[in-house]
Design a protein around this ligand. Structure first.
Ligand SMILES: C[S@@+](CC[C@H](N)C(=O)[O-])C[C@H]1O[C@@H](n2cnc3c(N)ncnc32)[C@H](O)[C@@H]1O
Length: 249
């Protein structure tokens, strides 16, 4: 790959590459998008964390560079101050969110483990001067969100949420987040096209049992969201599928 530097567009130890982070069928076109519009505007700290994350055996879990660029733009357009993230891993999307929030902004970041974050993400957050915005809560997302719903003053107290954890619980997260995110605020759900498997046909290569189950859960989620009049919805084919839900009621 060209100008963008080591680790970009190349296979990692885990066999993942940036090309696994898009549903676009044309790798050159995805590379063009990254090189023309994403990498030239990528903050140094985000690039540092992206490259450090690429060395992790589970690197494929991280959000894509074009996707986090979009999240940053949406957060700034919203004028968001308070955010929630479900599913942190090394903190790549978390850093993009933190950078888009004002200096007195806050993000509640939820993950069952903070091992990868402590090892890889946390030093970059400190260097980037955004660590003070992050309130990391370790635990299963559902009880943590329930606790947040129970906390006084949290209803409608958040402007933005990004959900990128266990897909089978997305609908349960949605119900909690509709309490926490204000009317006019945005909830973004990742992986809502699950590698295109949601539309797999009998002629396609057979899916693994896990992918079949996740495709079914994702289709169920997408149908429920499409029918949910409490949100204005938009399905984007960026990354692995990103569903935007703007709370309207
Ligand atoms: C896809 S990764 C998140 C990637 C991250 N948003 C990024 O851009 O780098 C999913 C994360 O969700 C966490 N996770 C999975 N199930 C969870 C659950 N039930 N509650 C909280 N975290 C969970 C995993 O530990 C993992 O770190």
């Amino acid at each position: 790959m060209a100008s963008a530097g080591a680790g970009e567009g190349k296979k990692t130890a885990a066999g993942s590459s940036l090309h696994s982070k898009t549903l676009l069928k044309s790798q050159p076109l995805y590379q063009y998008i990254l090189e023309s519009t994403v990498f030239p505007r990528e903050p140094d700290c985000l690039r540092e964390l992206r490259l450090a994350t690429a060395t992790h055996p589970m690197a494929a879990m991280a959000a894509s560079p074009d996707e986090v660029q979009l999240l940053g733009l949406l957060i700034e357009m919203l004028g968001a101050k308070n955010a929630v993230e479900v599913g942190v891993f090394t903190g790549y999307s978390l850093l993009a969110t933190a950078l888009a929030l004002p200096d007195d902004g806050k993000i509640v970041a939820i993950d069952v483990t903070r091992e990868s974050y402590d090892q890889i993400g946390s030093p970059v957050m400190k260097k980037a001067g955004v660590a003070h915005k992050i309130d990391f809560r370790v635990g299963l997302a559902l009880p943590v969100l329930d606790q947040m719903v129970d906390e006084e003053g949290n209803w409608g107290g958040f402007d933005f949420a990004f959900v990128d954890a266990d897909k089978v619980n997305f609908l349960s997260y949605h119900e909690r987040l509709l309490r926490l995110v204000r009317v006019g605020g945005l909830i973004a759900y990742d992986n809502t096209l699950w590698g295109g498997s949601v539309a797999a046909s009998a002629d396609d290569e057979p899916l693994s049992e896990r992918d079949r189950a996740l495709a079914a859960a994702t289709r169920e989620f997408n149908a429920a969201i499409a029918a949910d009049r409490r949100v204005q919805v938009c399905q984007l084919a960026i990354a692995d599928g990103l569903t935007l839900c703007r709370r309207v009621a």
